[in-house]
Design a protein around this ligand. Structure first.
Ligand code: PLP
Length: 367
């Protein structure tokens, strides 16, 4: 076999090992039913209204979509109260993260900044692009260290990433703290707030800077249809950003990465208020239930504003994870986030939540 040389950044990557699929777990442990609470997906599934819209447009897929999804952008603009010139949609918000880093950061020169135990996409994309990834430690109780971020920036910092609500803790930064951070960044540095879970905060105006978007000159807000809108498999997200940055992204990006069905699904999802509110209702109730029950089982639970909870069980997390798998419940152990004693579980349906708590009680009481 021929040995090809790749870019050094690429040759350094280890291959990604995905978790077992639901089918594989059923087979391995002889189970009829498996509950997946590991990827923060929507507990109610996909909206029936959106499913119909996707079916209705199936016959159109021989056509190319419209580049930059102008109809979806117009709908988003109306929903957010932000001018269309600020909005870029992508193949998941992951694509917006990728475009920002690839197009804004100079390889071998610039750095991006985040805090420890955070979402891996920022670091992976930076590495692939040859951009230095810097991290500051979190505060007490894993608090989001916005002050430390402000202190750690230098003139080569192209972007500062804050996930709020945060993955995997569920902690959220206040608008005031985000405004202060935005205000102290160097001239050429963007504050990127990843709001994948913003739908689940209460009250929204205390947490998202979107309402006062016009007051900021260096703010990028990332949002996704993968969580509250139940469209993870469609791959649809967007960024709200300074119009000049949006313009560069649209000029240099690959065309048509947001497919025709995703655009239609997104427009339908934004207008399906019934499903959206049912999702918020299910998540907020389920979150309270899970927190109470986990605490009763002796777990230390981080107060979450997202559709998941991070907790530290009174037993080794990796072992608990495996015992839960045997009972047909998939959760997310957080060793890959550098939090080896903890687990993340997303809110499921009422019966899934109960089954998870039941399985937890069985495992913990057998120890
Ligand atoms: C789930 C998630 C996203 C969403 O990614 P998509 O590419 O839109 O599916 C973004 N950021 C964080 C922190 C997430 O947890």
């Amino acid at each position: 076999m021929r040995e090809f040389t790749m870019r050094p950044e690429v040759m350094d990557f280890e291959s990604y090992t995905p978790g077992l699929t639901i089918e594989q777990i059923k087979e391995r442990y002889g189970l009829d039913q498996v509950i997946k609470l590991a990827s923060n997906e929507n507990p109610l599934g996909a909206s029936p209204v959106v499913q119909k819209v996707i079916e209705r447009h199936a016959a159109s897929v021989f056509r190319y979509p419209q580049n930059h999804s102008p109809r979806l952008v117009a709908e988003l603009s109306r929903h957010l109260g932000v001018d269309e010139s600020h909005i870029v949609v992508g193949n998941g918000s992951d694509e917006i993260i990728d475009m920002l880093i690839r197009m804004k950061c100079r390889p071998g020169m610039d750095n991006i900044l985040c805090y420890s135990n955070s979402f891996s996409m920022y670091k992976l994309t930076a590495r692939l692009c040859g951009v230095e990834y810097r991290e500051v430690p979190r505060g007490d109780d894993l608090a989001l260290p916005l002050d430390a971020l402000a202190e750690a920036v230098d003139e080569k910092t192209a972007m500062v990433f804050v996930t709020s609500p945060d993955n995997p803790t569920g902690l959220a930064a206040s608008v005031e703290d985000l405004s202060v951070l935005a205000g102290v960044l160097p001239e050429n540095c963007l504050l990127v707030v990843d709001e994948a879970y913003i739908d689940f905060v209460w009250p929204p105006e205390s947490y998202t800077p979107m309402q006062a978007y016009d007051k900021f000159s260096n703010l990028v807000v990332l949002r996704t249809f993968s969580k509250a809108y139940g469209l993870a498999g469609m791959r649809l997200g967007y960024g709200v950003m300074p119009a000049s940055i949006a313009d560069y992204l649209k000029r240099a990006r690959l065309p048509f990465t947001v497919n025709l069905l995703a655009e239609e699904a997104g427009i339908a999802a934004l207008n399906d208020e019934e499903f959206y509110h049912a999702t918020l209702d299910a998540v907020m109730r389920g979150r309270d239930y899970l927190r109470d029950e986990l605490e009763k089982l002796g777990c230390e639970v981080v107060p979450s504003q997202a559709n998941f909870l991070m907790f530290t069980p009174p037993a080794p997390a990796q072992k608990l994870f495996k015992e839960l798998l045997k009972k047909g419940v998939i959760v997310r152990p957080l060793a890959s986030f550098g939090l080896g004693r903890s687990i993340r579980v997303n809110v499921g349906t009422e019966s899934e939540n109960k089954a998870f708590i039941q399985a937890m009680a069985e495992v913990l009481n057998n120890e």
